[in-house]
Ligand binder design. Sequence first.
Ligand SMILES: [Zn+2]
Length: 103
Amino acid sequence: MKTLCVAKCKNHEGICRGCLRTMKEISEWRLMNDEAHTQTIAQIQGTKTTHDCILCGQPAYCGVEDGKQECWCFELAKRDTSGLPKGQCVCRACLSGLPLLQA
Ligand SMILES: [Zn+2]
């Protein structure tokens, strides 16, 4: 089975800082088929992208922009994106590094 795990898995408010998979992707990984693995890996590694991250300029993927009902970012604890332009997504690495939104 393909895996992105780099043995540094650490839940960082919904996303792994090691492999950048969401906790949902990690927990469902065994249940996903090969096609789903390939898709997810492509999104994380930047070979399947919808836009460039507005913070670091690296290729990023947004599920909603790709015509899906959901996006990986829905799985994360809300980050403080108030300093970012509206309607623009950042990449997994950048989003996971933003401070949590204070309730
Ligand atoms: Zn970024």
